[in-house]
Design a protein around this ligand. Structure first.
Ligand code: OGA
Ligand code: NI
Length: 360
């Protein structure tokens, strides 16, 4: 039987969700203490004793000769699972226009933005707080506008007018960068540079536009709980606030959280679970998290998750055949996209290891 506490929690979640204005709505309302639904059972201390200033995520200049770019991107994907890129070819003015447009959406008057609030992804566009609100043990201090950009684009009319032009333009440029990166990473595996694109990995795109309002008690909650990204590759644009951290295993079994420092003009790239599988463990999908925002200003980020577009039940994903041999047996079985997403949605965002589900 449900305890009185869990009953109250369910009611509080519902009340929060039905207000349709997200965490930003709580801030507008003037909350000065963290509501109970956001309290994490184990406080995630900001200044974790494991934080280490000596380690930092590699920054790769994409204007270097191609062979160098392949070597750098490949090394970072094997080792860190994360890197930042500069000189990626996207106009810097578009980076700031995209972030401002997303900020403007989340700062629309409550009655205007609540019209977009929904947990249904049917139309391809939805605004909500915490995708896993009803599944996680504690909510996070974050709201999200999500768009499924591919394989089929939503009706542009569904995208909030305040950020429509920018997000459509952003998506086009992100595909261009995604194509370059997938080419480099495929080449680094020793397979044809077009292999990932041919496997339709540029086609299935989900764009999430996050807004992390200033948090009254940031040490008691989180911005995004630790997780790995399920797809192939993630391209993330962040503003200058910071808070994204990547888990890094050290020798001897210890791990530390490494800050992904905001670098003006840079994009953050990370390997997802599906690329770890397709690369037969050559590349690593690494846990990351975002601290609750302790700044006075809100934090904005825009992530594009690249997934395969071919979702038929006769299309199987698994380690690329070229990477498997008698010496290098496959670490994973093959599966359909539907099976893959089923495994993703059956787990909480908080728990990790989607890859374990398909391990031999
Ligand atoms: C994500 C994610 C990081 C960020 O959306 O999966 O890790 O900085 N976002 O918003
Ligand atoms: Ni992520």
């Amino acid at each position: 039987m449900a305890s009185p506490e869990s009953f109250d929690r369910a009611a509080a979640l519902k009340e929060f969700d039905e207000a349709k204005t997200g965490v930003r709505g709580l801030v507008e309302y003037g909350v000065t203490a963290l509501p109970a639904i956001f309290r994490h059972p184990i406080p995630r201390l900001r200044h974790s004793p494991l934080s280490s200033p000596i380690l930092s995520v590699p920054i790769i200049d994409l204007s270097v000769p191609r062979s160098s770019a392949v070597a750098l991107a490949t090394a970072a994907s094997r080792d860190f699972g994360f890197f930042q890129v500069v000189n990626h070819g996207i106009p810097l003015s578009l980076l700031s226009r995209t972030l401002s447009a997303v900020r403007s959406f989340h700062e629309l008057p409550p009655s205007v933005r609540s019209a977009f609030y929904s947990r249904s992804t049917k139309t391809g566009v939805n605004y909500s707080s915490n995708v896993d609100l009803y599944r996680s043990t504690a909510a996070s201090w974050r709201d999200t506008l999500q768009m499924v950009m591919g394989p089929t684009r939503p009706d542009p009319e569904r995208i909030p007018p305040v950020c429509r032009a920018e997000l459509l333009e952003w998506d086009e440029h992100v595909v261009t960068v995604g194509r370059v990166l997938m080419g480099l990473l495929a080449e680094g595996l020793g397979v044809d540079a077009g292999s990932l694109e041919e496997a339709t990995c540029l086609e299935g795109r989900v764009m999430v536009c996050h807004y992390y309002p200033p948090c009254p008690e940031p040490e008691m909650t989180t911005g995004i709980a630790e997780h790995t990204d399920p797809g192939v590759l993630t391209v993330l644009l962040q503003d200058d606030i910071g808070g994204l951290q990547v888990k890094r295993d050290l020798e001897g079994g210890e791990s530390v959280w490494v800050d992904v420092q905001p670098v003006p003009g840079a994009l953050v790239i990370n390997v997802g679970d599906l690329l770890q599988i397709m690369s037969n463990n050559e590349y690593k999908s690494v846990e990351h998290r975002v601290l609750a925002n302790s700044n006075q200003k809100p934090r904005v980020s825009v992530a594009t998750f690249f997934n395969p577009g071919d979702r038929g039940d006769s299309k199987f994903y698994g380690p690329l055949p070229e990477l498997v041999s008698a010496d290098k047996p496959p670490h994973y079985r093959n599966f359909t996209y539907e099976e893959f997403m089923g495994a993703f949605f059956s787990k909480q965002l908080l728990s990790r290891r989607l890859v374990d589900h398909f391990k031999f």
